[in-house]
Ligand binder design. Structure first.
Ligand code: TXA
Ligand code: MG
Length: 336
């Protein structure tokens, strides 16, 4: 493998509402022949490789600068393909798949030997999901193999929700980007491991704990996790972080913004609700007040703050509630 040689990253534009299959098949061909292709999912852009090809998966770790201890989610297009990758398919798995797939829920289950160790970081479970994004599903189906895909960003950086975000960090390091427009969900999938009893929520996301418990009963959270990979490597504190320091203002974020601006800092202000005429911040972004709208715009807002080169990001504390847990989790990680 030519590790340092820059390559030409091809951009393949696909309209999710009218998928050009022959064009998308170019991207599938790259995946089949062991290359790296970034593609849109309903959560964030993924960086895909053939999950059954250890050399191809190794290129993902290299391109992202990802530690080899962090396992990768495998994406398939139907339940049969998921079942083929796990050694024990349980009732619980079936119920969750019936209810939430295709969709933003990744399930870690005991793997078969078809999955190379590099995908699971040597662990005995593989996390699998069926994405609901039409471009992702069509691409995986065309490729004809399961696709290992972490978020398509450099390790430790914010996940991409647009093709331009991917290009910013991975141009010249991957073979192609399928540009299917902005990702509708905006934050990464919920990760649940079925290797514990009860199952353990490793990463909160758009599918809430309450929604999962309504289907399978009690789940535990990461704090009590005593499984094999403990804690989930992706739950390392510094993760999902913008370049500028970020703080969450529990009350009166406007006052905090003015104080920091007066001290000479250029501030990015992520506020809720109504646009404001307060111009103390160098850059103000007004976020939707519903959790799905907020999630959909969060990473794009943080990318914009980074591009504007602000010194500090002040975030107005979002509301409480089950549907905000994933968002609060990402904001808290972005603080470090
Ligand atoms: O929405 C998503 O999940 C996106 C899209 C592309 O599918 N992918 C994503 O991948 O966010 P990544 O690699 O950035 O985050 C995957 C998380 C990491 O925290 C990783 O440690 C955890 O899932 N994970 C992967 N396989 C696992 C396994 N077998 N057991 C426990 N945790 C696992
Ligand atoms: Mg990631």
């Amino acid at each position: 493998m030519g590790f340092n040689k820059p390559m030409l990253t091809e951009i393949i534009t696909i309209n999710p509402e009218a998928i050009d299959l022959p064009l998308l098949n170019r991207a599938a061909g790259i995946l089949r022949s062991g290359g790296l292709v970034a593609f849109p999912t309903e959560t964030v852009y993924g960086l895909g490789a053939n999950a059954l090809d250890a050399d191809a998966v190794a290129k993902i770790f290299l391109a992202k600068g990802r530690p080899s201890t962090n396992p990768i989610i495998v994406h398939v297009h139907d339940i049969q393909s998921a079942m083929a990758l796990v050694s024990t398919w349980t009732n619980t798995g079936q119920k969750l798949a019936d209810r939430f797939w295709p969709g933003p829920l990744s399930l870690a289950m005991p793997k078969t030997e078809h999955i190379p160790d590099i995908v699971t970081a040597g662990g005995s479970t593989v996390a699998i999901r069926i994405p609901s994004h039409p471009v992702a599903r069509a691409l995986i189906k065309l490729a004809g193999v399961p696709i290992a895909a972490p978020s398509a960003n450099l390790s430790m950086e914010i996940s991409p929700t647009r093709a331009s975000h991917v290009l910013k960090s991975l141009d010249g390091k991957i073979d192609a980007i399928v540009d299917g427009g902005p990702c509708p969900g905006g934050i990464e999938s919920t990760v649940l491991t079925l290797a514990t009893d009860p199952p353990t929520l490793l990463r909160p996301g758009l599918i809430t704990r309450r929604a999962i418990e309504a289907v399978i009963g009690k789940v535990q959270t990461n704090q009590n996790y005593v499984g094999e990979i403990s804690p989930s490597p992706g739950m390392m504190d510094r993760h999902y972080a913008p370049r500028a320091g970020l703080e969450i203002a529990v009350e009166n974020s406007g006052q905090r913004v003015r104080a920091l601006s007066n001290a000479g800092l250029r501030i990015g202000w992520l506020k809720l609700g109504n646009p404001t005429d307060d111009n103390a911040a160098g850059l103000t972004i007004t976020m939707p007040t519903d959790s799905s709208g907020y999630a959909a715009h969060l990473y794009a807002a943080l990318h914009e703050m980074d591009e504007a080169g602000v010194d500090r990001i002040v975030v107005e504390m979002p509301p409480n509630g089950d549907d905000w847990t994933g968002i609060l989790d990402r904001l808290t990680r972005a603080k470090h």
